[in-house]
Write a protein that binds this ligand. Sequence first.
Ligand SMILES: *Cc1c(COP(=O)(O)O)cnc(C)c1O
Length: 398
Amino acid sequence: MIPYGRHAIDEDDIRAVADVLRGGMLTQGPKVAEFERAVAAMVGARYAVAVANGTAALHLAALAAKLGPGDVAITTPNTFVASANCAHYAGARAAFADIDPVTLNLDPVALRAACRKLGKVKAIIPVHFAGLPCDMPAIKAVADEAGALVIEDASHALGASYADGSLVGNGRYAAMTVFSFHPVKIIAAGEGGMITTNDEALYRRLLRLRSHGISKGDYEFLNPEEAYQGDAVNPWYYEMQELGYNYRITDIHCALALSQLGKIDRFIARRRAIAARYDAAFAGLTAARPTQPDGRARSSHHLYVLRFDFEALGMNRGEVMRRLASDGVGSQVHYIPVHYQPYYRELGHVRGAYPHAERYYEQALTIPLYYGLTDVEIERVIAAVHKIAQPARRSATA
Ligand SMILES: *Cc1c(COP(=O)(O)O)cnc(C)c1O
């Protein structure tokens, strides 16, 4: 079965991990800082903080933004649950605004309306769905007007660029940007996440929260009578200044991620080429249409989503998925609208509130797209989709 997404590991990745295992530091060694510097340099951000996974990165970003009880953060319903959950981790709550039906990203107009309706919004968490960057200048303008801070969930979008050509994560439109290095994402760490920022205060807060809220002298000590003997810092002293976590990432994971990062241009070029091949192959279909037609050259192409007209096909989505599977083609749905989840229903979110996201969900199906997909496999995917969505042609030449 061809999966919808998967990682690509070469011998050089394996060597990079083995080198760490043969060295002296499995965690809190040099690879973490090296990976942070490499991502910051690539995207053009001043600071980067690597953490255990993308969800931890979102959690810490929410805490660094000082989200707390009584606060609201707005995100898109068309995302993985973690984009909304991070507000709740911090004791705040998530709200949603509808997507643009063409970009499938947060619609700045709906976002502005939601901000005005809610009155006070502490943070806005746009998600660059499938690797296509949101309209960030417009979202930043709405955020500024609302007095909200922007946390980009760029889990899909490492290496993608904004309309101005600069790379996602450079801090031009957001206080913090979060990345994930889960194996299906653009580069793999096994599990891994990152926050980039240009704000030194946020950076310091993120570092502290990553490791139990403990300062080892990188901040002014709050308990000087414990910290000092005369002018000298006591050599054993550490100080927990706020409630933090162990969200550290290991050198093993960072060595893999660094090795992968060296290949990101190749990874994205291949993803883009596969997307272009699919776009051409499916251009003539009416019952299965490519999505996100604009900005193809700027997307990191994390996912390839087709919108199916299941009614016209006389087949429901489960049947289509089973038929694709019987041809060896895996598929998945990205995403069930977050506000449909029982946890969010329980909090009062209702079906029908975000019609574009809901209509999109009814039609969405993700087909395989990843670096290691071979040309033969691509043609197999295309043939399997055509078999379902191409009206049986009575051959005119027969
Ligand atoms: C993958 C993903 C996350 C979570 O990342 P993990 O590294 O799996 O914790 C968050 N948001 C979105 C949109 C994602 O796709």
